[in-house]
Design a binder for this molecule. Structure first.
Ligand SMILES: NC(=O)c1ccc[n+]([C@@H]2O[C@H](COP(=O)([O-])OP(=O)(O)OC[C@H]3O[C@@H](n4cnc5c(N)ncnc54)[C@H](O)[C@@H]3O)[C@@H](O)[C@H]2O)c1
Length: 318
């Protein structure tokens, strides 16, 4: 198959590209390398086509879509720091860029899987979160929610094109996805903790550290994306992809210190000191993955200890 991966030089995208090449697909990547890195594609660069371009370039996207059988749309602006620092650019990429990709896929009748996010659910206290649960979002002036809103618009465009133009689209809502190649630069918690531990620097944990998350290994997430793309039953529908095993961020930091043998200590930092006034975070974010299990039989294989071990190995050998 000819497969187009938007955001293929990014963290998840590069693992997906490797998996596609391994199964014999012909892969084209489009990426503007804003948060991605071409080094992520070092192992496959001779076997794929890499286009350095922007997903908002209508003409370019149309020419790439025409020549493909399947599209994975992963290009996005993400990470709390990116959203807070480059707000307008992020909104534009996530709404305008996604609209261009989705309408081009619909026009050319191409199968497409889009990467949405658990941020969709906002601060809904109901846990675990299932696909039909409400979005509970803070005021628009609390800028972190603009990422959630943009991804929600993307999902709404996808659903509308499915209903009105029979676009064969599947929406994957990824929960915290972690693993080798995730950058520590944009506010992602695990790479930041591991890098600090390896340097014997304090591990900064926001708030009281009792907020919990569930982490999914990128290889598991990629398996999920591929299985969704291969399934006819997933078309027109939305699926959570997430890990198992809820852990507080303070416990995560403790595990990282133990696994690295670091001399670091945990330092709690008020959210107000790290982010703009009024910044909101969620106490828990737990995926309900029963739907994807029952429809396509996917479930994660990695536990948190093996995930931490893989991230440590990555940063030690980088
Ligand atoms: N990592 C997670 O925990 C997580 C969780 C939920 C959803 N997601 C979604 O998964 C997808 C991939 O995320 P990731 O973690 O690999 O992040 P990433 O930042 O590593 O990847 C995004 C890629 O998109 C590229 N990009 C950004 N703007 C672009 C533009 N205008 N044109 C072309 N390329 C552009 C970046 O250079 C980067 O390579 C995103 O859609 C994201 O919203 C990720």
């Amino acid at each position: 198959m000819r497969v187009l991966v938007t955001g293929g030089a990014g963290f998840i995208g590069s693992h997906l590209v490797e998996a596609l090449v391994a199964r014999g697909d012909t892969v084209t990547v489009i990426d503007n390398v804003s948060t991605g890195n071409l080094e992520n594609l070092a192992s496959v660069k001779e076997k794929i086509q890499i286009v350095n371009g922007d997903i908002r370039d209508n003409v370019l996207i149309e020419s790439l879509t025409e020549k493909t059988d399947l599209i994975f749309h992963l290009a996005a602006a993400l990470g709390v720091n990116t959203i807070l620092e480059s707000t307008l650019e992020s909104i534009s990429t996530n709404i305008v860029g996604s609209e261009i990709i989705l309408t081009s896929a619909a026009k050319n009748k191409k199968r497409i899987v889009i990467a949405s996010t658990s941020e969709i659910y906002g601060k809904n206290p109901k846990q675990p979160l299932s696909e039909s649960d409400d979005r509970v979002i803070g005021a628009p002036q609390k800028i972190r929610w603009s990422y959630s809103d943009a991804k929600a618009i993307e999902e709404a465009i996808a659903t509308t094109l499915f209903l009105r133009q029979a676009l064969p689209v599947t929406t994957a809502r990824l929960f915290n996805t972690v693993g080798p190649r995730q950058s520590a630069n944009y506010g992602m918690v695990l790479p930041k903790l591991v890098l600090s531990a390896l340097k014997n620097e304090p591990l900064i944990v926001f708030g009281d550290g009792k907020q919990t998350r569930v982490f999914c290994h990128v290889n598991d997430a990629v398996r999920g994306l591929l299985a969704l793309a291969d399934s006819q039953k997933s078309i027109g529908d939305v699926f959570n992809i997430g890990g198992v095993g809820e852990i507080s961020i303070k416990d995560l930091a403790t595990k990282v210190i133990e696994a690295t043998g670091s001399k670091s200590e945990i330092k709690l930092l008020d959210y107000q000191k790290a982010y703009p006034a009024g910044f909101e975070d969620m106490a828990r974010r737990v995926p309900d993955i029963s739907k994807i299990k029952s429809v396509i039989g996917w479930q994660p294989e990695h536990d948190i200890d093996s995930i931490i071990a893989d991230v440590i190995t990555y940063f030690k050998t980088k």
